[in-house]
Design a protein around this ligand. Structure first.
Ligand code: UD1
Ligand code: MG
Length: 471
């Protein structure tokens, strides 16, 4: 049987080098909190009840950002270093046998495959631990890996504590380890804060194991991208870029056309069906799900929304928290605010805003309208410039429009209001009372024509009245 695996994710630090009020692991890369990425990777390897997150700074928010169910949280009230973060876990975890992997919450690009290989290597090794290392062009800020004659890891020295010849070493500690749990708990208390920062460095465990007669194996990664740690905003931006690139590539390999892929922003949680085309500078954010054969127009933003198959979003549209039925068309320059639902084949055209509104199947609002808190049936035509007056200065009120209704241009629909099936509203009407099915509502002043009025009023016309009408 496989040796059981426990995963501990260190995420208690504030991250002072980020110069932020927000704890570092809450910052986002690829549209997901850093801690979310790491927890997601851990969940691929072991069951939630075997994953523990060490929290401290902004603990509540960090817990909320790990959306998965069933993970354990351990509080590190004072952040006295990565070694101390594990010391506070001992009471809760020492009874769990097998292997213990430690991940750092600020290292989100690690792949499941690499983590799995780390665990496999440790499983098949006699060493006390295996640590992922890599060689960086510029190792500044990272702990340096010092090897012994046999190639095992003799020590890891932190940047702040390293001698000049040690600083020249370009092999770095990724902060990702797999330990024999029994040996870790046996020796963890030997870590002392005897360094310039007065912190308990987890990395000191390597020398402690050495003194106790145990080895530590390196697992050298040729490709450093996976273990880039984030300590500054500049590093955050670089990791975000890599996350986006990965996501776009994954989608393209799954059959999505992405034009100018370097310009689009697609969050990790977004799903897009095959043969959908994403135009340049589009942003597809949050938990958006887009069907097959859709087109997402240039510079459009789609957030936390569901689009069925064959939906066309024309350029410069914004869709948030909404559902769009198959073959519907949105934009250009349309805005669907949260709670909007478009039926199959519905059209929402330029400068039309919907809020908390259902527009039924085949219904159209093609130009310049505001539809808020409205239930609109199927086959309805909403004329240009129609406004639902849903707010009376104190409260919001609903508008209900039946099927096959024709609302003339520039209608002002004062809510609460109900328009019955098949009725007509004359252009320019202010409608304050319910309209029965099949009726015509006219709510505007009757037109009056005053014969000859213009000729009399124009001074020039009075002096020199034209003798003959112009052709
Ligand atoms: C750490 C390693 C360094 C390695 C680098 C890789 C140590 C001493 N150093 O340095 O060798 O090259 O990561 O990215 O381990 N944390 C806690 N509690 C604490 C302190 C930190 O939970 O008391 C968490 C942080 O929230 C963070 C992680 O541990 O997610 C790493 O801490 P950080 O301060 O970023 O360590 P580095 O200086 O990057
Ligand atoms: Mg770090």
């Amino acid at each position: 049987m496989d040796t059981p695996l426990t995963v501990v994710i260190l995420a208690a630090g504030l991250g002072t080098r980020m110069k932020s009020k927000k704890a570092k692991v809450l910052h986002q890369a690829g549209g997901r909190a850093l801690i979310g990425h790491v927890a997601g990777t851990a969940l691929e390897l072991t069951s939630p009840d075997r994953i523990f997150v060490v929290v401290g700074s902004q603990a509540e928010q960090v817990q909320a950002a790990v959306s998965a169910e069933g993970l354990g949280f351990i509080h590190q009230a004072e952040q006295k270093g990565t070694g101390h973060a594990l010391m506070v876990c001992r009471e809760r975890l020492a009874g769990l046998p097998g292997l213990l992997a430690v991940l750092y919450g600020d290292c989100p690009l690690l792949s499941t495959a690499t983590l799995r290989e780390l665990v496999e290597r440790q499983r098949n090794s006699t060493a006390a631990a295996t640590v992922i290392t890599t060689v960086l062009e510029d190792p500044a800020g990272y702990g340096r890996v010092l090897r012994d004659e046999s190639g095992r890891v003799r020590a890891i020295v932190e940047q702040k504590a390293a001698a000049p010849d040690e600083l020249a070493v370009r092999e770095i500690n990724s902060g990702i380890y797999c330990f024999r749990a029994d040996l870790l708990w046996k020796h963890i208390d030997e870590i002392r804060p005897d360094n310039p920062a007065r912190e308990y460095y987890l990395t000191d465990i390597v020398e402690i194991f050495g003194r106790a007669g145990y080895g530590v194996e390196p697992f050298l990664l040729a490709e450093p991208a996976e273990v880039l740690g984030i300590n500054t905003r500049a590093e955050l931006a670089e990791v975000d870029r890599i996350c986006r690139q990965r996501k776009v590539r994954e989608l393209m390999l799954a059959g999505v056309t992405i034009e100018k892929p370097e310009t689009v922003t697609i969050d990790a949680g977004a799903r897009i069906g095959a043969d959908t085309v994403v135009e340049p500078f589009a942003q597809i954010l949050g938990r958006t799900a887009i069907g097959e054969d859709c087109r997402i127009g240039a510079c459009s933003i789609v957030r936390d929304s569901e689009l069925a198959d064959r939906v066309e979003v024309r350029p410069f549209s914004i869709i948030e928290g909404s559902q769009v039925g198959a073959e519907a068309r949105v934009g250009p320059y349309a805005r669907l605010r949260p709670g909007s639902r478009l039926g199959a084949g519905a059209h929402v055209g330029n400068f039309v805003e919907l809020k908390q509104t259902r527009l039924g199947a085949g219904s159209k609002a093609n130009h310049l309208a505001y539809l808020g808190d409205a239930e609109i049936g199927d086959g309805v035509n909403v004329g240009a410039g129609t406004i639902t007056c849903n707010y009376d200065g104190v409260e919001k009120h609903p508008t209900k429009i039946g099927n096959e209704v024709f609302v003339g241009s520039n209608a002002t629909l004062v809510a609460p209001l109900e328009l019955g099936d098949g009725c007509y509203v004359g252009a320019g009407s202010v409608v304050t009372d319910p309209v029965p099915p099949q009726a015509l509502a006219l709510g505007r002043a009757r037109q009056v024509n005053k014969e000859g009025w213009a000729r009399k009023r124009r001074p020039a016309a009075r002096k020199n009245p034209p003798t003959e009408p112009r052709p």
